[in-house]
Design a protein around this ligand. Structure first.
Ligand code: UDP
Length: 327
């Protein structure tokens, strides 16, 4: 049993990670400023409301809980917003992470699991990406994650910080028990926006770009179920606690779905029409991002079991119909 400090534990992925950590016998301590997270999502361990830029607050939290490891999710994560206001991303994500890393090092908490993104690879002609693929972030969100990865490597050399970096792209679905789920305000992600359009909460889904060089003209992404994703994070904690050293893992299924294919899957799972319209490309979007994750399977023993479109959309749909945290 270990105590894990989970930044962003009130957010979508962080709240599911807390559930998985608690199920594995760990104590997840959520640190979240509630800028985009939900107090109602913190159900599986203590809650500390703090901003990562507040070093004194972080020092006090490390002293109070004496965590064995950090799992760092807290970040702004919208590609479009990051292109309109890059300073927001460099300040919040990069400076916040620097403050957190320095506090962790000062407290002697040297095992660090970091939530990164396959967007650090940028566009690479539709190849299935592996961890050694070149990195060319296309937007400020990806650039901020890329910078934090460098930061972790630097602090590894200087202070012995050990990291597991997970690079993933499109996380989807919800806890099948319905205890936590995806709920963003405002929502920008494809699947929840589509579910809103299906049940009339918004007039239509806009497809961002239909002239991409893909078979049906829409962008291709690799979707992974949030429950599978957080299972890998628990394995990442075990990896570090077993002294296996710093490592980067991609998390995906290796199968890409176009936006139109996701729309069709949603129509089929919900058995309802998807009101939609075709729109312009969104700045910063890569054409195709598909993440091979054979390293996570071979080395971590990761076994994704729910990452089918049917399960991801089905679980998201059930959560969506329950109304989210604001209901
Ligand atoms: N997308 C879309 N309409 C929307 C939201 C997203 O067509 O209202 C597309 C977007 O261009 C991308 C894919 O759906 O190709 C997934 O976008 P999302 O924002 O969910 O995740 P991202 O890939 O940016 O992390």
């Amino acid at each position: 049993m270990a105590t894990i400090l989970v930044t962003g534990g009130a957010g979508y992925i962080g709240s599911h990670a807390c559930k998985a950590l608690a199920a594995a016998g760990h104590v997840p301590v959520t640190v979240d400023n509630l800028s985009t997270g939900w107090r109602e999502a913190v159900k599986f361990g203590p809650f500390e409301q703090a901003d990562l830029s507040d070093r004194a607050a972080l020092d006090a939290i490390f002293a109070r809980h004496r965590p064995d490891a950090v799992m760092h999710f807290a970040a702004f994560s919208q590609v479009g917003e990051s292109m309109q206001d890059p300073g927001l991303y460099w300040r919040n994500n990069v400076l916040g992470s620097l403050t957190l890393i320095e506090a962790a090092v000062a407290a002697g908490c040297l095992d660090f699991v970091f939530s990164s993104t396959c967007a650090v690879y940028g566009d690479q002609d539709g190849v299935v990406l592996d961890e050694d693929s070149a990195q060319m972030p296309l937007n400020a969100y990806a650039a901020s994650k890329h910078a934090i990865e460098d930061m972790l490597r630097n602090f590894g050399v200087s202070h012995g910080l050990r990291h597991v970096i997970f690079r993933y792209f499109n996380v989807a679905g919800a806890d099948p028990d319905g205890e936590v789920g995806e709920y963003h305000q405002p929502e920008t992600h494809l699947i929840p926006l589509m579910l809103d359009a299906i049940d009339g909460k918004r007039p239509a889904l806009t497809i961002y770009g239909t002239d991409y060089p893909t078979p049906d003209g829409t962008c291709i992404r690799d979707y992974v179920h949030v429950m599978d994703l957080v299972d890998a994070h628990v394995l990442g904690v075990d990896w570090l606690r077993q002294g296996k050293g710093s490592r980067v893992f991609n998390l995906g299924t290796g199968t890409g779905f176009s936006v139109r294919e996701v729309v069709e899957a949603s129509r089929s799972v919900t058995n309802r029409p998807v009101p939609m319209e075709e729109g312009a490309r969104r700045p910063g979007d890569a054409v195709a991002l598909v993440s091979g994750s054979s390293r996570a399977v071979a080395e971590l023993g990761w076994r994704p079991v729910r990452s089918t479109m049917a399960d991801m959309i089905g679980d998201a749909w059930r959560w969506h119909q329950d109304g989210g945290y604001g209901a």
